[in-house]
Design a protein around this ligand. Structure first.
Ligand code: H2B
Length: 100
């Protein structure tokens, strides 16, 4: 089934599921903070393994204890359910790694 990008109205409605995330420049965006680099990188490792399983990969940037994430579906030219799935996984992994 072809991937179809969600409208910004649909994205805004579903953002209620994801505390801390926002719609920024047509991407799901969030910054996570951790106690230190070790916790941040543990989070990124968990996310990377899940991203590979989902065949859906984040755009992200790490500086010491901060991880900035942007999610979009390149194949659809916008945000899809896959971005929400990966964002939800990231929420869970941040909790495990004591992120906020
Ligand atoms: N990740 C993201 N974020 N968007 C995509 O469209 C995408 C991806 N496509 N990971 C996948 C890989 C695609 O290139 C492979 C061939 O399935």
């Amino acid at each position: 089934m072809p991937l179809t990008a969600m409208t910004s109205a649909e994205v805004r409605e579903r953002l209620g599921e994801l505390p801390g995330w926002e719609l920024r420049a047509d991407k799901l965006a969030r910054e996570f903070r951790f106690p230190d680099f070790n916790a941040a990188f543990a989070f990124m490792t968990r996310c990377a393994l899940r991203a590979e399983q989902l065949d859906h990969h984040p755009e992200w940037c790490n500086v010491y204890n901060r991880v900035k994430v942007e999610l979009t579906t390149h194949d659809a030219g916008g945000i899809t359910d896959r971005d929400f799935m990966l964002a939800a996984a990231m929420q869970d992994y941040a909790a495990v790694s004591a992120g906020s």
